[in-house]
Design a protein around this ligand. Structure first.
Ligand code: F6P
Ligand code: MG
Length: 476
């Protein structure tokens, strides 16, 4: 069911696929080895310690294997293993450096997961959890700024009064669209900070990307901007007569990005643009920083006791003898209010988590109607399905080498027109694939400083500094 356009391949030395396989994957595996090693050294149960050691060896073996053939996945009782292995065979047991990037990268994370899922004591261990939390902690300024903004906004929405009290219907709708766009932009740029890219972004870079000033400055970096169309469809759905209006968010990363996704979710509910938000996390640790259900509860725990979270020194701070800055009473109270507001929405069933094994399979979303038909049908019930981040975009477009001027509606194949699903992507570009650009735009970007390698690679699209917000109305 895949697209016939050739996929991005690790064999292409000019691609980010190649750089990922050569540079990023070994770093990601090394940090996973470090993490388990540390956890083992703190462990007192001898049996668990032994098992942890053998997991580290498994990870080290996988790292070594990056240069060699790959093995079938061990059966951990989950239904996706058979199709991973069948695909591995159908691809002729490829080498790491000559394989479709998308499949290979999914295989890598699935393979890591089997090391834990087939153990006795480490089944639910998330090897990326500490990293996710510590990066979230370093997003403190942006988190506090947004918490205050969110609470102000909900107070205004709840009171039913605002500076627009005497405005015309048209002015009001305009203002509403501006707020919607801003919320979506916050959510979009929150994606610039995923951890699998931390191998080349510094914490300062991240903090710069997160503040409100940088958002304004970044508007011109949104190469395709379909926010207006997405807003129009939610507005239409809001017309009298429609009671349930669901919006889905296919989540990407935990930490700051999950925080801003919840800001958007809460805003959509409080403003009445939606009556229910369905969040789709992953079932297993995925692409370093992706959300698993526990990240959601961990985030709520942070909010409820933010002082403890921010004022307890991290391992590094302890080692450097640094004590973290205290959190003001006002900031702590804002975080608590946010906790109360989000947990109420969750308790009322207005915001819910719906995991599905399809999201961590090795193929693209072109396969969804055939291989995950109940998920496909479920998404048709939604007014709008928001796909967050780079990997979701790669999966929507089959991670194929499309001409960048190909219409988005064509590149998403079976999820395109007449699918019954409305798709919106909020993606900062971190891979080679990109579609929906005006003719000549890719060439223009490649011509900019740093936009291409000497070889003509599409380097501008690797750094998360440019974005595409593409919409397709599959219900039209
Ligand atoms: O481009 C680097 C990369 O790790 C890709 O492998 C992957 O598509 C992406 O980043 C993950 O980013 P995101 O969290 O936005 O999906
Ligand atoms: Mg991710």
């Amino acid at each position: 069911y895949d697209t016939k356009v050739a996929p991005s391949s690790t064999a292409d030395k000019n691609s980010f696929a190649f750089i990922s396989a050569r540079d990023r994957w070994p770093i990601i595996l090394t940090s996973a080895i470090d993490d388990v090693h540390r956890a083992v050294s703190k462990e007192t149960d001898a049996e668990k310690q032994e098992e942890g050691k053998s997991i580290t060896q498994g990870l080290a073996k996988l790292k070594y294997e990056l240069q060699h053939d790959r093995h079938p996945l061990l059966d951990d009782g989950q239904p996706d293993i058979a199709s991973y292995n069948a695909e591995l065979e159908a691809r002729g047991n490829p080498k790491w450096f000559d394989v479709a990037w998308l499949y290979a990268e999914c295989y890598l994370y699935r393979r890591m997961a089997t090391l834990f899922s087939t153990s006795t004591h480490w089944k639910r261990y998330d090897v990326f959890s500490k990293q996710k939390m510590s990066t979230f902690r370093s997003s403190r300024p942006a988190v506090l700024e947004l918490a205050a903004r969110y609470n102000d906004m909900t107070r205004q929405l709840e009171s039913g009064h605002s500076v627009l009290d005497n405005a015309s219907e048209e002015e009001r709708e305009k203002a509403e669209q501006t707020l919607f766009t801003e919320m979506c932009e916050i959510c979009l740029w929150g994606n610039a900070t995923d951890l699998s890219l931390l191998t080349n972004l510094s914490y300062e870079d991240i903090q710069k990307l997160q503040g409100s000033e940088s958002r304004k400055a970044n508007e011109e970096k949104i190469l395709v901007n379909d926010f207006a169309a997405a807003f129009a469809c939610l507005k239409t759905a809001q017309k009298p007569g429609t009671k349930e209006r669901r919006v889905d968010i296919v989540l990407d990363n935990a930490g700051f990005e999950l925080f801003v996704d919840l800001v958007l979710a809460g805003y959509l509910l409080e403003s009445g643009l939606a009556t229910q938000i369905v969040l789709h996390p992953k079932n297993i640790p995925w692409f370093v920083s992706d959300v698993v259900p526990k990240d959601f509860s961990d985030l709520l725990t942070v909010l409820v006791n933010a002082k403890h979270f921010y004022e307890t020194p991290s391992e590094d701070e302890k080692a450097d003898g640094v004590s973290p800055e205290t959190l003001s009473e006002a900031d702590a109270a804002n975080m608590k209010t946010l906790f109360e507001s989000w947990s109420a929405l969750y308790a009322e069933g207005k915001m819910l988590l719906r995991p599905n094994g399809f999201w961590t399979e090795g193929g693209s979303y072109w396969r969804m109607p055939k291989t995950a038909s109940s998920l496909f049908d479920d998404l048709k019930e939604s007014e709008l399905v928001i796909f967050k981040g780079d990997l979701n975009y790669r999966k929507l477009t089959g991670d194929a080498l499309w001409d960048p001027a190909t219409p988005f509606t064509e590149a998403i194949g079976p999820l395109g027109p007449a699918s019954g699903i409305r798709v919106l992507t909020l993606r900062t570009c971190k891979a080679d694939v990109v579609v929906g650009l005006p003719k000549g735009k890719d060439e223009e970007l490649r011509a900019m400083e740093g936009g291409r390698g000497d070889s003509g690679a599409r380097k501008w699209a690797w750094s998360g500094k440019w974005a595409v917000v593409s919409f397709c109305d599959g219900k039209a």
